[in-house]
Design a protein around this ligand. Structure first.
Ligand code: FAD
Length: 391
């Protein structure tokens, strides 16, 4: 029986596996990370590459290593030559630097050797821990961490699903089937979304062909996706003392700048309008239909009520992820069978150590009622690691 099984080996699961083995003293051969992808961070790397980000939104202390200044030090090493760039404010590392550093951390600590390839499909309590079933057999562990995130569940609006079913060319920026680099040059593309990833993807696609960015609201400019006070005691002290999960959920929803764009990303977008002819339209997509020769016709409604249409070759959704509780049917069944406590919003009610039940822990969005609005970010992975017990 393992001491720890982490379900999900992305940003959170990978950082937590490092913290458990290299800081909290758990023996390496007693810790495993279950994930369907062969490599650590596979989903993160695909989604961020598709978004086309130049710099991280988060600061230089938010990365996968244990020492908060590990990335800063790495930036001075020969390995980081050519990618060691930072952007103000908060000295945000270039995306390439973050990725090179993550690769170094995984390699230096042989974190890939902790992985078991597979997908959790069932979770049940057993005598001395938990049993996780996968398509390739069962794993038993005294302690399990749910680090599945919500990143496998891109949000598809109803009109886009209908278009997809009708055979129209529509992809989600974060979908498993989409590769932005494979979009043929010269295609007319509509990017639908109003946040940072929509702005980044539209900016990148505009260099390759005629592009229209359709957003239902004007740009909401915020440097971070939540006030930086949420990263420390300034805002978290009060949040921690809040006993009511309904008030906690209200605080989280109010703190998140959903669909927002940092100033530098907005400047790049505006430059793409001037230099590359990127078109920006503020409108709601009301419907979409497959047109002649593989085209797609988008029916738009502007804020003043005026209707218009846009004819494109391809639609790329940058509409984020579903807001519902991560995990899906197998976790829903475990909640039911094991009587795991939920808040009225459907998310886990956890203890201070992030325990949902004896030996069952949660991280990422599943832990946000405990860790606050930044739980799903890199900072949230680091905060979760601080709560897990030492050997
Ligand atoms: C484009 C983009 C840019 C971002 N930029 C930043 C940023 O600059 N700074 C920041 O702090 N945050 C950022 N974030 C937010 C956040 O840090 C990332 O979404 C991050 O990947 C979340 O980590 P995660 O471990 O929850 O998800 P992931 O890294 O996607 O990992 C989850 C893993 O769990 C696996 N999994 C799911 N279900 C199962 C199952 N049943 N069994 C086994 N494994 C399973 C998945 O396949 C996946 O490998 C960004 C997010 C996106 C999408």
């Amino acid at each position: 029986m393992l001491d720890w099984l982490l379900i999900g080996g992305g940003v959170h699961g990978t950082h937590l596996s490092l913290a458990l083995t290299a800081r909290l003293g758990w023996p390496r051969d007693r810790v495993r990370v279950l994930d369907p992808h062969p490599e650590p961070l596979a989903l993160w790397s695909r989604q961020t590459a598709n978004a086309g980000m130049a710099f991280m939104r988060s600061s230089l202390v938010h990365h996968l290593a244990l020492d908060p200044y590990g990335l800063k030090r790495f930036a001075r090493s020969p390995e980081a030559a050519g990618v060691a760039r930072f952007a103000p404010p908060y000295r945000r590392p270039s995306y390439a630097l973050f990725q090179a550093h993550a690769e170094r951390v995984v390699c230096a600590h042989a974190l890939d050797a902790l992985r078991v390839q597979g997908r959790a499909v069932r979770l049940r309590r057993v005598a001395s821990g938990w049993r996780v079933e996968t398509q390739a057999g069962a794993l038993n562990a005294r302690r399990v961490v749910l680090a599945v995130g919500n990143t496998e569940r891109p949000c598809w609006p109803g009109w886009a699903l209908a278009l997809h079913e009708a055979g129209g060319t529509v992809d989600h920026l974060f979908g498993a089937a989409f590769d932005r680099a494979a979009v043929p040059d010269g295609e007319r593309t509509a990017v639908v979304g109003g946040g940072i990833s929509a702005a980044q993807a539209a900016t990148a696609l505009a260099r390759r062909g005629p592009t229209v960015l359709v957003s239902r609201h004007a740009a909401r400019v915020h440097q971070l996706d939540a006030d930086p006070g949420w990263l420390g005691p300034k805002r978290m002290a009060g949040f921690r003392l809040e006993p009511c999960p309904v008030a906690g959920r209200t605080a989280i929803d109010g703190a998140r700048h959903r669909g927002s764009v940092p100033p530098d990303v907005l400047r790049r977008l505006q430059r793409a309008v001037r230099r590359d002819g990127l078109e920006r339209v503020t409108a709601e997509v009301e419907a979409a239909e497959a047109g002649p020769l593989g085209t797609v016709r988008l029916a738009l409604r502007r804020p003043d009520g005026a209707a218009s249409a846009s004819l494109v070759d391809r639609v790329v959704l940058a509409t984020g992820f579903e807001a519902s509780r991560p995990g899906g049917a197998w976790l829903d069944a475990a909640v039911e069978a094991e009587g795991l406590p939920l808040a009225p919003c459907g998310f886990p009610r956890l203890g201070r150590s992030l325990a949902w039940a004896p030996g069952l822990y949660a991280a990422g969005p599943l832990a946000e009622l405990e860790l606050g609005p930044t739980a799903r970010n890199v900072a949230g992975a680091r905060a979760a690691a601080d709560r897990l017990p030492a050997a």
